[in-house]
Design a protein around this ligand. Structure first.
Ligand code: ATP
Ligand code: MG
Length: 201
């Protein structure tokens, strides 16, 4: 083939966006499960900048959330962390995340991994046409969220049940604030990072 043109199959990249305040084993299991089922070469974790859904509470500074995500993913050779959302000024929109990652990974197929709760809102987003042109969407179910995907475009959306993990960042923060343990809900290094920087107290 001409120089620079590869005959290999396109690289398959999962994109796991989240606030990750803090990252927990629910996120990691979901990424691992989707990676395995969809034969992904890589899953990129993308901590949000200023999350528009969460304007009602103080989100931990992005550098802390970024570093916890790095700590949590460091040992997995297929997991990486991207700063695109935290380095882009302003509110994070998924369409910008996917545009940036598509630009950085020409020819790759992107698989946006999101919770069933969030996926249900996707059709209402004004950019949904462009979103579906940029990526496939993998909706992972979590405890308490039954997903009716019947109204979603079937060629661009897949649903996957991940082993039920009743873990949420909200619960982890509440536990730390109450002095309850978060060992085994989040990776050990993240427990230590939270304590070191006195987050969520
Ligand atoms: P919060 O409680 O602050 O909303 P969260 O636990 O939902 O936090 P996010 O950072 O908002 O974590 O989640 C990032 C992505 O991971 C979202 O798409 C969310 O639906 C998904 N997710 C969160 N927790 C789980 C879980 N236990 N299992 C599978 N997916 C999850
Ligand atoms: Mg959430």
């Amino acid at each position: 083939p001409p120089a620079g043109i590869s005959q290999e199959a396109p690289r398959r990249i999962g994109v796991m966006g989240g606030t990750f305040d803090p990252i927990h084993h629910g996120h990691l299991v979901a990424a691992s499960e989707v990676g395995s089922r969809f034969h992904l070469d890589e899953v990129v974790f993308v901590p949000t900048g200023q999350p528009w859904q969460k304007a009602d509470r103080d989100v931990t500074p992005a550098e802390h959330r970024y570093l916890m995500t790095v700590i949590a993913t460091a040992s997995n050779p297929r997991f990486t962390v991207s700063r695109v959302d935290i380095d882009r000024p302003g509110v994070t929109y998924t369409v910008d995340t996917l545009r940036d990652l598509a630009k950085q990974n020409p020819g790759a197929e992107l698989f946006f991994i999101t919770g069933a709760d969030a996926l249900e809102q996707i059709l209402s987003w004004k950019d949904s046409e462009e979103l579906f042109s940029l990526a496939y969407f993998i909706g992972v179910t979590r405890p308490g969220h039954d997903l009716d995907g019947s109204h979603l475009p079937p060629d661009r959306v897949r649903l996957l049940e991940v082993p039920a993990l009743a873990i949420s960042s909200t619960d982890c923060r509440a536990r730390v604030a109450a002095g309850d343990p978060v060992w085994y809900l989040v990776p050990d290094g993240v427990v230590q990072y939270i304590n070191k920087h006195r987050l969520y107290t």
